[in-house]
Design a protein around this ligand. Structure first.
Ligand SMILES: [Zn+2]
Length: 268
């Protein structure tokens, strides 16, 4: 195993220091959305500084929040950006991700239902009650880490709120985590200052690479076959999903997908 040279980063907005509101900050219609995406971009750039400090040569940033979640004009000069919606089909994204030595998550939030998880949700705060994979509740962190795992790429760092960090450590015991805020409820948090948050992220990124270079983390795999259950708040969303190939209607608001490959059932 060589030293880590290429890193892919999945970003989200709700786990960034200073963010506590869907309506005002995380939704693109929010009055502070522009400020929020700049806070995210500064955290992304801090992570890239830390990665480069540890010898990483290439960093691909994925705009995970949605089109325009990253302030492109402020992006780190050494990064490249994968962005746009709707996203290209997964079979075209997978080889791009697989071409990296390691993956990291920046700005991540906890899964739906985490009591003190700031803006906790799974995929969509407006439509999804929960995701369960083989009877285990999973959030976006598990989904990304398991899909990366199937591609042979380990997730070695997560930054976000304290609940997102705890969720990550439960999945991947050796992952480095950086908590930039502590939630007191879904829309209340104590955030580090922007400067402190960025410093912690920079140091965390350097540490994650150094640690992985010393003793490599194994990519996350769960034994298959897989059953993914998606529970919606409303029957309208379940109706729409039920017509997809491979979808099985469990009850009024629950849809199930089964398969041997997570790549085929998670991001579809
Ligand atoms: Zn998210």
């Amino acid at each position: 195993m060589g030293l880590v040279k290429k890193v892919v980063m999945l970003t989200d907005l709700e786990g960034v220091a200073g963010i506590t509101s869907f309506e005002d900050q995380a939704f693109s219609s929010g009055r502070y959305y522009d400020s929020a995406r700049r806070l995210l971009t500064a955290e992304v750039n801090a992570a890239i500084d830390g990665l480069m400090q540890a010898g990483v040569e290439e960093a691909l940033v994925i705009d995970g929040h949605g089109a325009g979640g990253i302030a492109y004009e402020e992006l780190h000069e050494r990064a490249t950006l994968l962005h746009g919606r709707p996203l290209a089909p997964w079979h075209r994204l997978a080889p791009v991700i697989a071409d990296h030595d390691a993956a990291i998550l920046v700005g991540q939030h906890a899964m739906a239902g985490a009591v003190t998880g700031v803006l906790s949700h799974t995929q969509s705060s407006r439509t999804i009650d929960y995701y369960r994979l083989n009877d285990q509740p999973i959030g976006e962190t598990a989904q990304f880490a398991l899909c990366c795992g199937e591609l042979g790429v380990p997730v070695i760092l997560l930054t976000g709120d304290a609940d997102a960090c705890a969720e990550a450590r439960e999945l991947i015991s050796d992952i480095v985590t950086v908590a930039v805020k502590q939630g007191l409820g879904r829309t209340t948090a104590i955030s580090l200052s922007p400067t402190q948050a960025r410093r912690a992220i920079r140091e965390g990124a350097t540490l994650a690479i150094a640690k992985h270079n010393r003793s490599p983390l194994t990519p996350l795999r769960w034994p298959g076959p897989y059953t993914l259950e998606i529970r919606y708040f409303f029957t309208t969303d379940a109706d729409a999903r039920a017509s997809q190939a491979g979808a099985e209607r469990v009850d009024d608001r629950t849809i199930r997908f089964t398969g041997d490959s997570l790549l085929e059932i998670i991001y579809r």
